[in-house]
Ligand binder design. Structure first.
Ligand SMILES: Nc1nc2c(ncn2[C@@H]2O[C@H](COP(=O)(O)OP(=O)(O)OP(=O)(O)O)[C@@H](O)[C@H]2O)c(=O)[nH]1
Ligand SMILES: [Mg+2]
Length: 361
């Protein structure tokens, strides 16, 4: 039977914590049709057996993974294994006080994503060593542009409306699966519910150095996904280099200046034809990189390739006009003038590509 709420709890050697956790969650969610789904990575201390004992009295179940390991992927598997309307994710070690599930679930009735927050008014990071406070502060700051409206971006306690999230968009690397889910979901509304982080009472921490590196990887992925223009800029930058190198070579090439037809337009404006050719090469180069990298996973619209070249052709004309104006009236040498002209049409191209060539799935 479909539950209203699934509470997903990743566990690894948390035998000493689960029964108290379940008892307190039951008290906090007394009025809710919920289940707790533990995702255990084959703990050696008998966590799963302990949970199975609790199942006689409480709506809990455990999914044991024999091979896969890792907090984030455990959470993702738990989400896939449940089908409730709402999902809440929390740690097993009672650092997330179960009582906060009452206001968190209440907030989910009107908001698509709710972050449990140590930095919102009324919350607190609790008693931490200075070192951990600094690490958490920096980690939180690094994610600021990804979630500007949320104060605690690295919390492991959060809830969301399932329909707003496409699980296949998640890449479960690292520790901060809450940030991942907050950034990748399509939530109309987002809020925070304060809580006080308590020190771990029992059991050992699973934090390790490796997760810092994984966090950096995760941030890069999220920034690239959210600000796709970054990829487009890198592609544009590479295309720009290709374009300028070829242009430079063509202008300096022995039979140059290219069109030495005295008095003709292309004769005086000898840089225009080379620029046209070098731009064509760059356009093809950019199209392929954008197709296989920037908009990877997106669908190319009908006749997308043709659209791209029409778009590029039209903007190339604009480009050449700008180049000609820079050289003729601005008295700038052709190569730097071309550089300026390319930068000028860059944003126009990005906007057109995003609106007219590719579509988000
Ligand atoms: N399934 C699964 N759960 C994990 C794994 N690593 C950690 N967890 C669980 O994820 C939650 C958070 O891990 P903790 O070790 O408490 O990490 P933390 O809260 O950042 O660190 P402490 O403050 O030292 O407790 C706990 O419920 C762990 O049992 C893992 O590899 N697989
Ligand atoms: Mg913990």
């Amino acid at each position: 039977m479909k539950k209203t709420l699934a509470v997903i709890v990743p566990t690894y050697n948390e035998k000493e914590n689960v029964s108290l956790l379940v008892e307190r969650v039951a008290a906090a969610l007394a009025k809710v049709d919920y289940e707790i789904l533990f995702v255990d990575d084959n703990s050696r201390d008998g966590t799963a057996d302990e949970i199975n004992k609790l199942a006689a009295k409480y709506p809990v179940r455990v999914m044991v993974r024999k091979d896969k390991r890792g907090l984030a992927s455990a959470v993702v598997d738990g989400i896939k294994q449940s089908d409730s309307e709402f999902v809440i994710v929390m740690d097993a070690d009672l650092q997330h006080p179960p009582a906060v599930l009452t206001p968190l679930f209440a907030a989910l009735q009107t908001t698509d994503f709710v972050m449990g927050s140590r930095y919102a008014q009324g919350g607190s990071p609790g008693d931490w060593t200075l070192g951990r406070k600094i690490v958490s502060f920096v980690a939180n700051l690094l994610a600021l542009p990804l979630l500007p409206k949320v104060k605690d971006r690295v919390s492991g306690l959060f809830g969301f409306r399932r329909a707003a999230l496409d699980v296949t968009t998640l890449s479960p690397v690292g520790w901060k699966i809450g940030l991942e889910i907050a950034v990748r979901g399509k939530y109309k509304t987002m809020t925070e519910v304060p809580y006080t982080f308590s020190p771990r009472a029992r059991g050992a921490s699973k934090l390790s150095r490796k997760i810092i590196w994984q966090y950096v990887q995760q941030l890069v992925n999220l920034y690239l996904a959210k600000y796709q223009i970054l990829n487009f800029m890198i592609v544009g930058g590479l295309g720009f280099i290709v374009n300028i190198l070829i242009l430079n070579a063509l202008i300096k090439w022995p039979p140059a200046p290219w069109f030495t037809v005295k008095g003709s337009f292309l004769g005086t404006e000898y840089y225009l034809l080379p620029f046209f050719l070098s731009s064509l090469v760059a356009i093809i180069f950019n199209y392929l990189l954008n197709k296989y990298w920037t908009f990877k996973g997106w669908t190319e619209k009908k006749l997308g390739g043709l659209r791209y070249f029409v778009m590029a052709g039209a903007t190339l004309l604009l480009d050449m006009l700008a180049l000609w104006a820079f050289v003729r009236f601005g008295k700038i040498p052709p190569v730097p003038a071309a550089a300026l002209a390319i930068l000028l049409v860059f944003i126009v191209r990005f906007l057109i590509a995003r609106k007219w060539v590719w579509a988000e799935n």
